[in-house]
Every structure is written in structure tokens, then in C-alpha cells.
Ligand binder design. Structure first.
Ligand code: 3H9
Length: 676
């Protein structure tokens, strides 16, 4: 097998080039090639300096994550980077694309760094539940100080080359198109400079105030995660007077602890699951896509406006249609307000706001949709209304236009059937707020054409969504799994639990909020029959008293002006009343029962969805819950979590509380296998 590493001589400069597509991951072959090349440079008396660079779209994007579960192969990355740093001839890293993780560590161990302005550097290991384990936590603070080291390691932020240059992390900026030539010229300038600057020989000043402030500012973000704290501890170790060798031994120990833990396994699972989700089993990757130059959105409500923003932000013009001028003005006004709020936070330039707004064409004329290549219906959930819209669309949309519905529950096949082109119809279920939430459920109807599906999946990537394919089933993947959870949560209230207890169990589990906090946010009145005399459950009783959630400042909790929740004595009374009427004597509900009845039931529903072929793979179900509902990524999504919890335990828990476990779940539990 040919090595992914080759060398080229430019007189006294040895250029070492990696070509390991797609992202130059530091696989065993790459590490072996680099080791041999550095040895060659050190041994050859005519070489005076070395440049390391990569072919393709990026400098090394990190260790090869696929190797983490395989037996280690020498040289290990920490050994290799130490060897690079120990070279008695200057080594220069020439960076383009993204120097990430182990790739960044190769750069840090090199004596000099030159980068093109568009390059980015970062140590995102924390997002995989890890830390930069090849000296990154020790060299970063020594080169760039504690503050930046914390941002990069514990948050996993990427830093643009220009900023890295200002921070001393990059020594020189190269021309965007002349990296190699500029790197060789730089190497000639420094080839004789002594002493050779080695990061490990520098001393990093301790900054306890910065560490304390960083921990405080990020407490919410780090809640439940192990890796950020381990990263912080390693950075602190680099500044507490320990030697470099002691610091790296500590880093190694912490790295191994994380690597063996369930959190990192979960986070690595999600890394690959997210990428896998974009692949459709029976649609070839090279399917010819339809061209999407303009998108139409029907409905300028919260959903329609949010959906439009995704395309506008990606530079795709949008035609948005409403029935009334007032609603149209309100909708476009909200879009502008959202953009301006982003600009006020410094995350958008005023001219970008204007560019986005300039690409939005509001209209009352439905026929204007005729020029759109993709039209997304985002009106309220009513099958008759949707059918009427699609009947009209069928008459005016241009041939080949994709017709999508943003329905969150309804049958795409029934909608498609009213058109003469069911192959062009697909579901695009965005999650609220649609401009923020990363998930897009792409609903594949029985007749949805493969190129329609492939086009929508590719478009999702362009608008920075994580797309998952779902089959036609009530509530698709996410909302279908939400249903048993909500039903059980409400039953548990009746039997003796409180909203606070159930929400507490969910928040402690790592969810951003519990089922009742979520109801209050979404609206307790959603799905309510709007008849105060008809009270069939606790939710109805609340809705009948105008306790519709945060919007009426009362729901399962009471809210003050700032929407801070407090426990509601009135809700306690309503629940009591309801128990009395239903003849239920409340009992103490153990937390474990809440877990089994509200979380195991979700897992069970996920297994049924998979059995019915409504999701392609278990990891897709996980992606839905991570990106659509805030399931804690360190638990890897419901299906991964069930696996790590132990499937026999999940099956037992379900049976104990009277549920019928899905066959696939039972089979996998019995055989020690996985849910697929
Ligand atoms: C590390 O370095 C640990 C060390 O500190 C310590 C060691 C002791 N390995 O994302 P894309 C695959 S941990 C293996 O779609 P983009 C990816 O699965 C690592 N494979 O492209 C996909 O495969 P497929 C720290 C990898 O242009 C294909 O490459 N580094 C790796 O949207 C294309 O990826 C990171 O965490 C990898 N490291 O984004 C960086 N990276 O085509 C992780 C990617 O079969 N990577 N693949 O689905 C990224 O963030 C993005 O891939 C990157 C490119 C920004 C580089």
C-alpha cells in the first residue's frame, strides 16, 4: 500500500505532504509516514528545515476517530508530536482548511506555524467527550495563554487564522493561494535561527481568576458533561508549576479516563450518526439533484417566517405568501426583527441583514409561487386546508418543482394524492424556532421520487440543518416518540407525582426541560377542544382556567413578569380535585418509575418505529432527539442510551409497569445484540 505521506525537496527545505482524503485524519499510515519523513529530514545533512502541509481541502482534521475502538498502532500521536518538536531542525506547519484536534497538536508541536487567512484552528475533542490528548492542553496555554486555551479546549471553539495570528498561535499569514511558496520562504528565513522555539519549554502563567470566570460563565453549557471539566483541569495543570512531562502525564491519564467512559462513546456515536443520517439507503449518492434557485413559503406565521430565514441566510431568495396584508407585514416584520437582534449581538453585519431582507419577496398573490423551485407549505395543522393548498399548488407550480409540507403529524401520502405529481411531494418538518433548531425531518411519502429526496437532503446541508429521513407515520419519528412520554407524564400526575418532580427527573437526566415545562412553553392549550365544560384530563382542567402556559403567565407553573416559574398551589388543587373525582388515592412515585414510564416508553416507541421501517436506522432516531428536542448528547440519544443502560433492564422496566416491549427490543435484549 502506498503511504499517504510523500516528501519533496526544495533545495535545503524538505516539504512533507499528507494526502489522506477526505480530511487528512491522522490515521496509523499517516502517523507512520510522518515519522519516517521527519526521521529522513533529521538524518539528511543537506536538509536545513522542514515544512508539513496537506493536500486536499484541509490540514489534518484530527486523529482518525474510526481507530479509537481498534487496537493502538505505533507511533501513537503523542509520541509523534513529541518527536516533531524534538527535531533539531526547524519544522514549520503550513495550514489551510481546518487544523483540528490532533492536527492542531501537530501544528503546536511544530516550531513555527504559517496559515492562509481562511484557515481555522481548534481542538474540538471536547465535542467528542475528549480532550486534546497529544499535548494540546499543555502546549496551548504555553503558546497562547490560559484564556484562549480554555476557549479552545473546554468549549471546542474554532479560531480563524487572523485571530490566531493576533494571539501568537500562528506566526505568519500566508497568501490565500501561495501557502507552499510562502511556507518555504518562511522556512528559509528561520532555518538557522537558534534556539529553536519549542512550546513545551515555555512557561505558562497561572490565571485562577480567568479559570473561575470561565467556569462560572459556562456552567449552564457544561451541565452534565465530564469532558469540559477535564479539559479545564489539564489547562490548570499546565500553569501550576508542574513540569511539561508531569502535565502531559496528567493529560494522558485524563484522556484515557474520558476515552473509556460512556459519555465519549455517546458523543462519538452522534458524530458519526449525524453524518450517516444524510445517507439514504436506496438512493445512490450520485443522484442528479434538482436545482433550487428560489424557495416559496406559504404562511408568514412563526413557522413560515423561521423557515424562510434558513434560506435567506444561505443566500437563497424566498417568496413568502399570506392571505392578508396585515399577517404578511407582521411576518416579514418578525423576520427583520430577528435578524436585527442577531446583528445587535454582533453576529451579523447590518449589510447582511439588508441582503437577507432584500432576498425576501412578500406577496398576497399565490400565483407568484409559480417561479419557485421548492415550495414549503407552513399553515396550521388541518388536512382539509392542506389538501386545498396542494390542489392549488398542483395547478400553478412549474414542472419539476418540489412541493413540501411542514406538517408535524399529518399523512404526506394523503396530501400528495390530491396532486397530479405525488413524486414531487415530500415532508419537510422543521422544529420551532425553525431558524434556530438544527433538526429537519424529511418525510418520505410512498411515491416521493428519489431525486426529490436527495435534493432536499442536500439542501438541508446548505441551510446547515441536520436532516433525518422519516416514513409516513403519525408524528413521524420525534413527535411520535413524544406522545407516550406525555401520556405517561400526565398519568403519573394523577397517580401521585407532581409536575415539579417529573420535570426534575428529566432535567437531572440532562434534558433542557421536563415535560410540563415544555407544555408551558409550547402552550397547554395545544390540541385542546376549547370547551371549558368538557374536562377529560388534568391538561383540560388547566386549559379551561386559562392556564395556557407561559403566554398566559400560568400553566403547570405560575410565571412572573420575567417568565420565572414557581410552583403553583392552584395546580396542586386542580390535580387533587382530579384525583378525587377519578377515585385515585395518590401514592409516592419513585423517580425510577418516572424514568421507566416516560423514558423507556420512548425507547420502546423508537423500536416500533424502526420495526415498521419508518426510520432508516437506530442512530437516526438518536439524531432526531439530540437535534430536535435537546436530548443530552452525552447520553447519545434514546436508542444509544437504552443500549448503555442495558436492554434487559429496559425490557424489565417496561414489563414491570405493564407495557409490552417491542419485539426487536426483546430480541436484542435476549441475544445481547443491538437495536438496529
Ligand atoms: C483527536 O484528534 C484526538 C487527539 O487529540 C488525541 C489523540 C491521542 N476521523 O464532517 P464531514 C470523516 S479527536 C475520521 O462530512 P465537512 C467523516 O466521518 C479528533 N473520520 O466534512 C465523513 O465521512 P463520510 C478531533 C473523519 O467538510 C468525512 O470525513 N477532530 C474525521 O463538513 C467528511 O466529514 C475533530 O473532532 C476524523 N477526525 O467537515 C474534527 N473527521 O464521508 C472532526 C471527519 O464517510 N471533523 N471524518 O461520512 C470535523 O469537524 C469535520 O469533519 C471537518 C470537515 C470540519 C473537518
Amino acid at each position: 500500500m502506498t503511504s499517504p505521506i510523500r516528501t519533496e525537496r526544495h533545495d535545503e527545505i524538505l516539504v512533507i505532504i499528507s494526502d489522506n482524503q477526505p480530511v487528512n485524519a491522522l490515521s496509523a499510515a499517516v502517523r507512520q509516514g510522518l515519522e519516517a519523513a521527519i526521521k529522513e529530514g533529521v538524518a539528511d545533512a543537506s536538509v536545513e528545515a522542514m515544512v508539513i502541509r496537506c493536500d486536499g481541502r484541509t490540514f489534518f482534521a484530527g486523529a482518525d476517530i474510526t481507530e479509537f475502538t481498534k487496537p493502538p498502532v505505533d507511533p501513537l500521536l503523542p509520541t509523534l508530536v513529541d518527536m516533531i518538536e524534538a527535531s533539531d531542525k526547524p519544522v514549520l506547519a503550513a495550514i489551510h482548511g481546518t487544523a483540528l484536534g490532533g492536527g492542531c497538536e501537530v501544528a503546536l508541536a511544530s516550531h513555527y506555524r504559517i496559515a492562509v487567512p481562511s484557515a481555522k484552528l481548534g481542538t474540538p475533542e471536547v465535542k467528542l467527550g475528549l480532550l486534546p490528548g497529544a499535548g494540546g492542553t499543555q502546549r496551548l496555554p504555553r503558546i497562547a495563554g490560559v484564556k484562549l486555551a480554555l476557549e479552545l479546549t473546554a468549549k471546542g471553539d474554532q479560531i480563524p487564522a487572523k485571530k490566531a495570528h493576533e494571539a501568537g498561535l500562528v506566526d505568519r499569514l500566508a497568501g490565500e493561494d501561495s501557502l507552499e511558496a510562502d511556507a518555504i520562504a518562511f522556512a528559509r528565513e528561520i532555518k538557522a535561527a537558534r534556539p529553536i522555539p519549542r512550546a513545551s519549554e515555555k512557561v505558562a502563567a497561572a490565571d485562577p481568576d480567568a479559570v473561575a470566570a470561565f467556569k462560572k460563565d459556562n456552567a449552564r453549557r457544561f451541565r452534565g458533561f465530564e469532558a469540559p471539566l477535564a479539559n479545564i483541569a489539564c489547562v490548570e495543570k499546565a500553569t501550576d508549576g508542574s513540569s511539561y512531562a508531569e502535565g502531559s502525564a496528567f493529560e494522558r491519564q485524563e484522556f484515557m479516563k474520558l476515552m473509556m467512559g460512556v459519555q465519549s462513546a455517546a458523543q462519538r456515536h452522534i458524530f458519526f450518526a449525524e453524518r450517516q443520517a444524510s445517507k439514504i439507503d436506496d438512493v445512490p449518492a450520485d443522484t442528479q439533484l434538482r436545482e433550487i434557485k428560489r424557495v416559496g413559503v406559504i404562511g408568514a406565521g412563526t413557522m413560515g417566517g423561521g423557515i424562510s430565514m434558513n434560506f435567506l441566510s444561505a443566500g437563497i431568495p424566498v417568496t413568502i405568501v399570506e392571505m392578508q396584508q396585515e399577517a404578511l407585514d407582521r411576518g416579514t416584520g418578525t423576520v427583520r426583527k430577528n435578524y436585527e437582534a442577531t446583528a445587535a449581538k454582533g453576529r451579523m453585519k447590518p449589510e447582511q441583514v439588508e441582503a437577507a431582507m432584500g432576498a425576501l419577496t412578500p406577496t398576497l398573490n399565490f400565483d407568484d409561487l409559480a417561479e419557485c423551485d421548492l415550495i414549503i407549505e407552513a399553515v396550521y395543522e388541518n388536512m382539509d386546508v392542506k389538501k386545498e393548498i396542494f390542489t392549488r399548488l398542483d395547478k400553478i407550480a412549474k414542472p419539476g418543482a418540489i412541493l413540501a409540507s411542514n406538517t408535524s403529524y399529518l399523512d404526506i401520502d394523503e396530501i400528495a394524492a390530491v396532486t397530479s405529481r405525488p413524486g414531487d411531494v415530500v415532508g419537510m418538518h422543521f422544529f420551532s424556532p425553525a431558524n434556530v433548531m438544527k433538526l429537519l425531518e424529511v418525510v418520505r411519502g410512498a411515491k416521493t421520487a428519489p431525486d426529490v429526496l436527495a435534493t432536499v437532503m442536500a439542501l438541508a446541508k446548505r441551510i446547515k440543518k441536520v436532516a433525518v429521513v422519516a416514513g409516513v407515520t403519525y408524528g413521524f419519528i420525534g413527535n411520535r416518540m413524544l406522545m407516550p412520554r406525555q401520556v405517561e407524564a400526565t398519568k403519573l400526575l394523577l397517580e401521585g407525582a407532581t409536575p415539579e418532580q417529573i420535570d426534575r427527573v428529566h432535567v437531572a437526566f440532562g434534558m433542557p426541560m421536563g415535560p410540563f415545562q415544555m407544555s408551558d412553553l409550547a402552550g397547554v392549550d395545544i390540541g385542546w377542544h376549547r370547551d371549558p365544560s368538557r374536562i377529560e384530563n388534568i391538561r383540560d382542567a388547566l386549559a379551561a382556567e386559562n392556564r395556557w402556559g407561559q403566554k398566559t403567565k400560568a400553566g403547570f407553573y405560575d410565571y412572573d413578569e420575567k417568565r420565572t416559574p414557581s410552583n403553583s398551589p392552584r395546580v396542586a388543587e386542580i390535580i387533587e380535585d382530579f384525583r378525587a373525582k377519578s377515585g385515585v388515592t395518590p401514592r409516592e412515585i419513585p423517580d425510577e418509575e418516572i424514568v421507566a414510564r416516560t423514558l423507556y416508553t420512548m425507547v420502546n416507541e423508537g423500536a416500533l418505529i424502526l420495526e415498521e421501517g419508518k426510520a432508516q436506522r437506530a442512530s437516526d432516531v438518536d439524531v432526531v432527539w439530540i437535534y430536535g428536542y435537546g436530548w443530552p448528547v452525552y447520553r447519545g440519544g434514546p436508542m444509544f442510551w437504552a443500549q448503555s443502560e442495558g436492554l434487559p433492564k429496559v425490557v424489565e422496566g417496561l414489563e414491570k409497569y405493564g407495557f409490552t416491549p417491542a419485539k426487536s427490543l426483546k430480541d436484542a435484549a435476549a441475544s445481547g445484540g443491538r437495536i438496529k
